[in-house]
Design a protein around this ligand. Structure first.
Ligand code: ACM
Ligand code: ZN
Length: 762
């Protein structure tokens, strides 16, 4: 393939023409505008020669039903002509639009890609459609261009799954990772074990709101569903007609509560538990005894009959070892096989399944936890906890699909707009997705060959229906398609132009409920010496909005405490002493039906310089140290970018008050979200200094959670009296050594999330 690409570049260079902005997403390798227009009106005649039957049907269906263009199939027509190439790379195609249209392609898949590019090139409206004349050469960069869908947490019907596949195929994704089983529901009919769907496909209740919201409440209502084997065959065929491979996932040994509710014998305790209506990670997993592994092999045997994909996903993530540690059968497997511990037992478990799949001519893929205790010989790794698992696997010469939470988790928030609908947490805006490169920095060409591609994951705890699913998927999937397709990814500005000028309209033709978050005004802060300037700015400069400001105190720049209309930036000076002023900005815009309210708090520490001695995690680094004093108080449930997140035992930072001061007290916010491994710190030590050299230590652990305040929903429930003099304040935060047993993430260093820091001083 690589050699052939070099030849292609040679072909391109002989044209020696300037490349233009393409309306198509993902952007083709070569797009050359030509003079002139090819008019369609509302009728196209199509030469069916060399056009595969399924693609012809697909093409005609879209022309008629999406555009309302009539189609005449005519062997004498020169309007759209197809030609099959030989000796070209497998997924290569060209389109040449002059007065007629010539499509050349090397594979059926690339013929399908060409047709989708052509559909995106249709301009104009009903009865007056046309093409701008152009020339395109194209082929993909990565072989695995995936989207994942979790149908366990919320169930999606066959028609909804088909629509999801239909939309992704338009953007040249070729892999649909179907997450069919999890704790909250088993979704695939298995003939040998009917209780999997009779019992495992249904739960009695579903938790409301974010699962960290306390007290928890539930909707007590039977919820569920599953796909029969006939329905699955139908979906597989539907996907095949769109050149999408479906990779089914059967989770093991963790995330198996639904299966174990149906067949408790295959757990360690044999205890009958229900299909849970709560999200999270549960201790109950498949026992590693032979009978459980055989049960899973039986299930996989039926799965293999339904899915022709080379890869079968077996999960492998988030499997607590709690039950295995005390289970006589698991301990026996450890002893008899000379295994070191429960991590090696997990590795043994996966190896058994790997051998089974390999014997059937298939390949195992699993989440990056399958590296722990040793990677099974034929296993491919899906790297989700960052790039590290993928890097390690590729170095061990195993194939890898990159799907790091930082860029590829589409269940994260996509903007900091206060109206953004409830999400699990995290912050993955369009620009971040666009930045994604599955090949880690520093990889050699040889190592890069092990990276098959990338994928976005749509976990559906907080995505209950199709409307929200499309909202979370689009337009981020467009950014991802470009990251996975383009050999040379154009700058974000070019992507934005294709998106704004063409793809918004294209997605509207398909009634995609895409998010407009990219256009919402963002509150941008510019640090000034004694305060901050707030500016509201949209991702799209031509976009208009109105701004109203309210505060509990009149700002000098505001008449009567309110600004209306054009004014979009305001300067706020720090307050002094113990004064805090809360502002709220109400922003209404052409893209939102409701206005959004942004809160902003001016306090004495606003924008003071902070030196972070410990680095926050790259994923949760907000806008650096100033995140702590930016006047935006981290919200709950957390959204990611307002918080600084650390996975360090010790976190240290120094605040410069800019003058020798009497320091009265301090408030600081921490997050607690057990399910995400985020905990309050163990203790905190404060020191003060006049010059930042000699430090006066104040007593440790004086910082108390004021639980009454926390209950009242006060955002910064930690406070401490300092009552000392100095210019510099040093804060040292120490976490517990490890997350305690029986709690998600046990044994790992707890995460610490901080925001905001308010210091009262004179
Ligand atoms: C995962 O997100 N637990 C793979
Ligand atoms: Zn066991």
């Amino acid at each position: 393939m690589r050699k052939q690409l070099i030849v292609l570049f040679f072909w391109i260079s002989i044209f020696d023409l300037t490349l233009a902005q393409s309306p198509i997403i993902p952007a083709p390798v070569v797009f050359i505008e030509q003079e002139g227009i090819n008019e369609i009106g509302n009728l196209i005649s199509l030469n069916p020669e060399n056009l595969p039957e399924e693609i012809k049907e697909y093409f005609i269906d879209k022309l008629i039903n999406v555009f309302g263009i009539q189609v005449v199939v005519n062997s004498n027509s020169k309007k759209i002509v197809f030609k099959k190439l030989v000796n070209t790379p497998p997924d290569y195609y060209t389109i040449n639009i002059t007065d007629n249209i010539l499509i050349t392609y090397s594979s059926q898949a690339s013929c399908f890609y060409a047709v989708n590019s052509l559909l995106q090139l249709i301009q104009g409206e009903k009865d007056a459609y046309y093409f701008n004349q152009c020339y395109i050469q194209d082929y993909p960069k990565f072989a695995w261009r995936g989207l994942h869908l979790d149908v366990s947490r919320h169930f999606y019907s066959v028609d909804e799954v088909k629509r999801f596949i239909d939309l992704m195929a338009m953007y040249k994704f070729n892999t649909f990772h179907w997450h069919l089983t999890d704790d909250q529901g088993w979704r695939i009919e298995i003939k040998k074990y009917p209780k999997l769907t009779e019992i495992g496909a249904w739960r009695d209740s579903t938790v409301n709101d974010h699962y960290t919201t306390k007290p928890r409440t539930y909707t007590v209502e039977k919820y569920g569903g599953f796909y029969t084997q006939e329905q699955i065959k139908d979906v597989v065929e539907y996907a095949q007609n769109r050149f999408v491979t479906i990779v089914p996932e059967i989770e093991m040994p963790g995330h198996s509560r639904a299966a174990l509710a149906a067949y408790p014998y295959y757990s360690c305790t044999g205890k009958q538990l229900e299909v849970p209506g709560l999200w999270g990670v549960f201790d109950e997993v498949f026992c590693a005894k032979e009978e459980s592994i055989d049960f899973l092999k039986d299930i996989l045997a039926e799965v293999l009959e339904l899915f022709p994909s080379p890869y079968i996903h077996i999960g492998g993530d988030e499997a607590p070892k709690t039950r295995w540690k005390t289970c006589p059968r698991c301990q026996k497997v450890i002893r008899e096989n000379g295994l070191k511990d429960e991590h090696e037992l997990q590795s043994f478990f996966i190896r058994e399944i790997d051998e089974f799949l390999t014997s059937k001519g298939r390949k195992l893929i699993g989440w990056d936890e399958i590296l722990e205790g040793g990677l099974s010989p034929n296993a491919a790794v899906m790297s989700w906890r960052g790039f590290e698992g993928g890097i390690e696997a590729a170095k061990q010469e195993h194939y890898v699909v990159m799907t790091p939470g930082s860029h590829c988790y589409f269940d994260h928030y996509q903007s900091s707009n206060p109206n953004e609908p409830l999400a699990i947490g995290g912050f993955t805006p369009l620009e971040k997705v666009y930045d994604f490169n599955p090949i880690p920095e520093g990889f050699t060409e040889q190592q890069a060959l092990y990276v098959l591609g990338g994928q976005a994951n749509l976990w559906t705890e907080y995505i209950p229906d199709m409307k929200k699913l499309e909202y979370m998927t689009y337009p981020r999937a467009l950014a991802l398609s470009q990251a996975l397709w383009c050999t040379s990814k154009p700058p974000f500005e070019d992507f934005k132009k294709s998106f704004v000028d063409y793809q918004l309209k294209y997605m509207n033709r398909y009634d995609v409920n895409f998010s407009k978050a990219f256009f919402y005004p963002k509150m941008e802060l510019n640090q000034k010496l004694e305060g901050v300037t707030i500016h509201f700015k949209s991702g799209e400069p031509n976009y208009h909005f109105d701004l109203f400001v309210k505060s509990d105190e009149i700002h000098p720049a505001l008449s009567g405490g309110q600004v209306i209309g054009e004014k979009d930036s305001l300067y706020f000076e720090r307050t002094t002493g113990s004064k805090v002023v809360n502002y709220s900005f109400k922003v209404s815009s052409e893209f939102t039906t409701e206005s959004s309210v942004y809160n902003f708090t001016v306090h004495p520490a606003l924008e003071l310089p902070i030196e972070l001695k410990s680095k926050p995690s790259e994923k949760y680094s907000g806008s650096g140290s100033s995140t702590l004093v930016d006047g935006i108080i981290g919200c709950k449930p957390w959204k990611g970018n307002e918080w600084l997140g650390f996975q360090e035992q010790e976190i240290e930072f120094v605040v410069d008050l800019k003058k020798y001061s009497k320091i009265d007290s301090l408030e600081i916010g921490f997050l607690e979200d057990e399910g995400s491994w985020i905990h309050y710190p163990n203790f905190i030590r404060f020191s003060v200094s006049k010059k930042g050299k000699k430090w006066k230590y104040l007593k440790d652990s004086d910082l108390k959670l004021n639980s009454n305040e926390a209950k009242k929903g006060k955002t910064l429930p930690f406070s401490t009296i300092i009552n000392n003099k100095g210019r510099y304040v040093k804060v040292l935060i120490t976490t517990f050594d490890a997350i305690p047993q029986g709690i998600p993430g046990e044994g790992n260093i707890p995460w610490t999330f901080m925001d905001e820091l308010i210091i009262f001083f004179k």
